[in-house]
Design a protein around this ligand. Structure first.
Ligand code: T46
Length: 142
């Protein structure tokens, strides 16, 4: 699965902490966009889609959230609850976000501008596009 936990170095002392995000140092892509999600109500699920091309790094800079990740071959759940811990999510990974704490602020760095046509919002369509890709890769390999 094209996901990875990224441990972010914290700088600081008893006076406070600082985490720096830098392309090619601890962010594995050129940063083209930053957005953050906050004020999510209890019981709400966000996401519920995959991206055809987009790569992202998500960090719970405050509070916590759970993310279900599914690449069509299996699913796993990741808890983000530390500002020093990031989650890289590559393209063609279905994601659902839930159990947001009241104070959660989830910051996301992305390697592309916002593009609604990059979203796959239907799970059956997601599985279909995955199998199309697998077939085409097999053809190229021959
Ligand atoms: C993802 C998860 C973790 C914009 O105008 N610009 C943006 O850059 C984004 C991300 C969203 N929007 C608008 C589009 C919608 O009207 O903000 C509204 C909420 O977006 P969405 O329903 O896509 O939000 P989430 O929380 O379901 O998903 C977002 C990202 O879209 C997605 O890429 O991986 O956060």
């Amino acid at each position: 699965m094209d996901i990875e936990r990224v441990q972010l170095q914290s700088h600081g002392d008893h006076g406070g902490m600082l985490v720096s995000l830098e392309t090619d140092r601890n962010v594995p892509f050129p940063i083209r966009r930053v957005y953050y999600i906050f004020g999510t109500q209890q019981g709400i699920h966000r996401g519920c889609h995959a991206h055809r091309h987009l790569n992202q790094l998500a960090i719970a800079v405050r509070g916590s959230v759970k993310i279900l990740l599914d690449d069509g071959n299996g699913a796993r759940e990741v808890l983000l609850d530390q500002p020093s811990s990031g989650l890289f999510m590559g393209s063609m990974v279905w994601r659902e976000l839930y159990d947001f704490s009241d104070d959660c602020v989830l910051m996301v760095l992305a390697d592309q501008p916002y593009d609604p046509t990059d979203y796959i919002r239907d799970y059956a369509q997601f599985l279909g596009e995955l199998s199309d890709r697998t077939y085409l890769e097999g053809v190229v390999a021959c």
